[in-house]
Structures are given as structure tokens and as C-alpha cells.
Design a protein. Structure first.
Length: 369
């Protein structure tokens, strides 16, 4: 019985594994969130700050609500995340095209913790849909019905509690960082930075928890420490191509090298442990843009852009945590530049230097293929 069920799962390409659910699905969810909520936030901020009529005019009215291009993109975050997850799970078309409704409903029910709720519900709906796909002669009806009903039923049962739990955990982290900025600066920076380099999504984690404010600033510091740190530390091996691909791409490129020699991870981690408290204690750097930016680091410069958008137009999550728009001064810009780029570029190679001298890190250990 068990063997036949395993054979059925294999035939349906249903693979309950850390790789499929913890890495592929979560990374895809972050991409869906990036392409809607983050891009929409940037468009709205650019439109309002530079008086760009194309971006500030409400072209669309849906169910009595008016939307600009950016706000419409942000409103589609739930459907986009669900479809992205289905795509990562290799769902067939009839499943994939049924997931937008599931994602929209789940994200709405999940509130501030909607991304985590969408992550769980979309996986369940997609896998149930895959189970029945092409099993009947009326597949065009059965598969969408199963996907929609299973997804919306599960969403009705668990989306709100999951969203509430994720929101409360995020608020606890934000509160703890405000109370203990030094210790939490180290902790948040280190954990989120490590998550960014691991093949999981730090952006999705930050979005799901709604990490903004000082906690968002600490998360940003940890991500920048990994990306800029690895980019500069490995410049001797990877030159300009590696500097760009890691500095504004992703430090995840180093995972293969980390598995071969985990010691190369020490300098970026130590750098994050330093820049985290610098962000929270010295510059009081807050990331009050869309929470996903907290876990993006310098990828496409989304982290620094998120800080800027938070200064001029805080996100809904940040506003809920008491953020207000500010006029950034010289110290704010200096803190952003130092934490995001300058300090990681200086500290990480300095930490790596004695490790290279001791033979812990050898030439070629950070070489990208």
C-alpha cells in the first residue's frame, strides 16, 4: 500500500522534500512578491516624489476602488505568489491557472502575515490539484474545482491564524529590537544574512514576518554584509564579473564553495554581526518600505531603495508599527551608505585577511564557476 502510494506521488511529480517546499517554493514565492508588491511600491513612490502623472493617475476602478499602476501591481501580490509557487511545484496548466483565486483569498485573509499563509495554502492546493490532474475524462472541470475548493477551504480554516501568528512574531522581533538594539541587531542581522546566502528566501521570510523599522534595518545590514562582503572578499578570484554578480545579484552563488570550505563564510557573518548593531545603535537605520526589502540586501539595490521609500512613504506594514515619513538628513544618508556598502566592503576583507594568512581560506576557495 505504502509503495503504491509512493509510486503514485512519483508519477504525479509530488515530492515532499526540503528542496521542493523549503527552497523552490519559497524562492518562487519571493519572486512573485517582488514582481508585484515591491515593484508596485517603487512605482508609487517614484510617482509621488517626482510628480510623474503616468504613475500617480488612477487608471483603474475595480469594485469601487481606484488603482494606479503601482497600487494595482501591489494588489496582485497574493495571486502572483500562488502562481509562482505552483510553477515551482511544476503544476500543470489547469492547476496553475486556478491558483490566482486561491492566492488572492488567502492573502486577504492572512492580513499582514499573508505571504506565509499563501505559501502554505498554495502548496496544499497545488499538490491536491496535481493529484487529480488528468485522472478523469472531464479534467478541465475536475482539476480546477479540486484546486479551488481545497485551496479556499484550507485558506478559510488556517489563513487567518497563520497570518496572525506570523504578524505577532514579526511585531515581537520589531519590539525586541527597539528594546535591545545591540543584541537584536546582532541576532537579526546574522540570521537573515545567513538565510540570504542559503538557498532559501530571506526576502520571503522578512515579508512574511513584516520586518520593518529597526529590525528591518538590522536585516538589511546582514544581507548587505553577505552580498557586498563576498563580492569584495572574492575580488581577487572573480574580478569585476564576480563583484557585480554577487554585489547586486546574490551571495547564494557562493553556496557551492561554502559546502567545500565553510570557513569562507566566517568573514561575511562576522561583518554582519558588526554592521547590524551599527545600523540599530549608531545610525538608528530603519527600513520602513515594503518588508520584502529587508531581506533583499543590495540585490538590484532593493534594500537601499526600500529604506528611501520608507523615508518618504512608509509601507502599510511600517505604518501599522508606528512609522512616519521623514525628511532624511545627511546622517541618514551616511548611515545607509556605510551600512549597505562601505562597511561591508572594508570589514569583510579585513576579517578574511588573517584567515587567509592562517591557511583557513586559500586562493581559489571563493572562485565562482
Amino acid at each position: 500500500m505504502a509503495s503504491s502510494f509512493r509510486a503514485f506521488l512519483k508519477r504525479k511529480d509530488i515530492e515532499p522534500s526540503l528542496q521542493r517546499y523549503g527552497i523552490d517554493a519559497m524562492s518562487a514565492m519571493a519572486q512573485g512578491l517582488f514582481c508585484t508588491l515591491l515593484v508596485g511600491t517603487i512605482l508609487n513612490t517614484l510617482g509621488s516624489q517626482f510628480n510623474i502623472g503616468l504613475l500617480t493617475k488612477a487608471y483603474f476602478t475595480i469594485a469601487g476602488n481606484s488603482y494606479t499602476v503601482g497600487s494595482l501591481a501591489s494588489a496582485m501580490a497574493g495571486p502572483a505568489m500562488a502562481v509562482a509557487i505552483g510553477y515551482a511545484l511544476k503544476a500543470p496548466g489547469t492547476v496553475l491557472f486556478s491558483l490566482p483565486a486561491v492566492g488572492y483569498a488567502t492573502n486577504a485573509l492572512g492580513g499582514a502575515g499573508g505571504p506565509f499563509a499563501v505559501y502554505i495554502v498554495a502548496i496544499i492546493a497545488a499538490e491536491f490539484g496535481k493529484m487529480v490532474s488528468r485522472e478523469t475524462r472531464i479534467d478541465i472541470l475536475v482539476t480546477p474545482l479540486v484546486t479551488l475548493l481545497s485551496g479556499t477551504l484550507v485558506a478559510a480554516l488556517i489563513a487567518e491564524p497563520i497570518g496572525l501568528a506570523a504578524s505577532r512574531l514579526g511585531k515581537l522581533i520589531i519590539w525586541a529590537t527597539q528594546q535591545q538594539p545591540f543584541l537584536m541587531g546582532i541576532l537579526v542581522s546574522t540570521i537573515v544574512g545567513i538565510a540570504l546566502t542559503l538557498p532559501i528566501s530571506s526576502a520571503a521570510i522578512c515579508a512574511g514576518l513584516g520586518l520593518t523599522g529597526l529590525a528591518g534595518g538590522a536585516a538589511l545590514a546582514g544581507c548587505c554584509a553577505q552580498m557586498v562582503g563576498f563580492a569584495v572578499m572574492s575580488f581577487r578570484e572573480n574580478k569585476w564579473g564576480g563583484l557585480v554578480s554577487q554585489g547586486i545579484g546574490t551571495s547564494m552563488l557562493q553556496m557551492g564553495n561554502i559546502l567545500r570550505n565553510p570557513r569562507i563564510w566566517i568573514p561575511p557573518i562576522v561583518t554582519g554581526m558588526i554592521t547590524g548593531p551599527v545600523a540599530t545603535c549608531i545610525f538608528r537605520l530603519e527600513m520602513n518600505g515594503a518588508a520584502i526589502n529587508s531581506g533583499m540586501g543590495t540585490c538590484g539595490l532593493c534594500g537601499p531603495i526600500g529604506v528611501w521609500t520608507g523615508w518618504v512613504e512608509p509601507s502599510a506594514a511600517a505604518l501599522a508599527n508606528g512609522a512616519t515619513a521623514i525628511t532624511a538628513g545627511a546622517s541618514d544618508w551616511l548611515g545607509l551608505a556605510l551600512v549597505s556598502i562601505v562597511l561591508p566592503a572594508i570589514i569583510c576583507p579585513l576579517v578574511a585577511f588573517p584567515l587567509r594568512k592562517a591557511g583557513w581560506i586559500k586562493d581559489g576557495d571563493c572562485k565562482l564557476n
